[in-house]
Design a protein. Structure first.
Length: 364
């Protein structure tokens, strides 16, 4: 049984195949409208969602399947204190596949430990969002014709932006990719993401606080929202929320073939005036999400003909220790889940650095 927790759970070859299937779904939808007949997708959304939840539901219905679930924690027994483990243990008995969004980082890992059906991470706090990354990769392939030899600018909330973390991890596996990281000091990309996916692979990157200074160098500009829900202090959010606003005037500085992407929802970080620019691809991007999620559901249910064979990663000798450290990240699932053991993996043997298995926070 396969789960999708992190985009790196899929090989490059598997991603290429998913995009091929999604393309065929677009061209020949009639060939897929009964593929998942009598299959049930459970959508467990502990956080609000428009595009991700509805595109998952539309994807399953378009495959001939059915959907059950909840759209907010308040409408489930989570409001009464039920754990993720108990919820998923129960729901996996009612469904064939589960898509879950949760505000706590690492919650899908706990879900996978207790589920008898595949788990899809539909976003866990500020951690990862692999199905958005599949959507992003499909968009880039369609709009730029390739996934290699690209200069990718990521702008806004790079600290809590789960879509940013996942996209960097995915794009770092393609040749000739360069990253331009555009953010205020307070929202810079976490050090472990930068080291693991960029610096340790020798990938060129630039950090800038000015969008105007670097926009002319980009093939792709990936805008992100400053996320109010990730801030402890409203004052800090209000101070940073208008740091980057992409306007029609700033678009004049960009290349004629640059594309603008955004995982949505936007607040005011992209002016409505940019929507009519042919380089604006964010609404196309959202539409691609349905088709790539259809392909992913098929894959995890074993419904893709001639799929790329799954080759498990070689057994890792990564050391995991239990209850030696305590994760201090209040956004980690360990801060909420009942009787969940503290688990840390050795990520830097030379310097003796351990990180939480669930949220990747360094031991304190």
């Amino acid at each position: 049984m396969r789960n999708l927790i992190n985009i790196l759970d899929l090989s490059v070859e598997e991603i290429d195949r998913l995009i091929e299937v999604a393309d065929d779904i677009i061209q020949n939808p009639q060939n897929y409208n009964e593929v998942a007949r009598h299959k049930i997708l459970a959508t467990l959304f502990y956080e609000p969602s428009t595009r991700t939840r509805l595109s998952f539901e539309s994807a399953m219905l378009s495959l001939g399947g059915n959907v059950l679930g909840f759209s907010e924690a308040a409408s489930s027994s989570a409001a009464k204190g039920e754990s993720v483990a108990d919820t998923v243990t129960m729901v996996s008995g009612y469904s064939d596949i589960i898509a879950m969004r949760h505000p706590k980082e690492g919650a899908p890992i706990v879900a996978a430990q207790h589920s008898t059906v595949p788990i899809i991470n539909a976003g866990d706090g500020g951690h990862y969002h692999p199905t958005q990354t599949l959507t992003d990769l499909m968009t880039i392939r369609h709009e730029k014709g390739r996934l290699n030899n690209l200069t990718v600018g990521l702008c806004g909330d790079l600290k809590f932006g789960r879509t940013v973390h996942s996209l960097i991890g995915a794009m770092s596996r393609y040749e000739g990719v360069k990253f331009v990281l555009i953010s205020p000091e307070e929202l810079k990309l976490p050090g472990f993401v930068r080291r693991e996916y960029i610096a340790n692979k020798g990938i060129p990157y630039v950090q800038s606080e000015s969008l105007e200074d670097v926009i002319g160098d980009l093939d792709i500009l990936y805008m992100t929202r400053i996320q109010r829900e990730r801030f402890v202090s409203d004052d800090e959010y209000l101070r940073l929320k208008d740091t980057y606003i992409l306007t029609a005037e700033k678009m004049k500085l960009a290349r004629p073939d640059m594309i603008v992407m955004h995982p949505l929802p936007r607040v005011n970080e992209i002016s409505v005036a940019v929507d009519s620019d042919p380089r604006a691809c964010y609404f196309k991007q959202a539409r691609y999400g349905k088709f790539i999620r259809m392909a992913l559901i098929m894959k995890l249910l074993g419904l893709i003909e001639n799929d790329v064979p799954y080759v498990p990663a070689a057994d890792s000798e990564t050391e995991i220790v239990y209850d030696k450290f305590v994760c201090r990240n209040t956004r980690c699932i360990t801060s909420a889940e009942q009787e969940l053991r503290q688990a840390f993996k050795l990520t830097d043997k030379e310097n003796g650095i351990y990180r939480c298995v669930y949220c990747e926070t360094r031991q304190s």
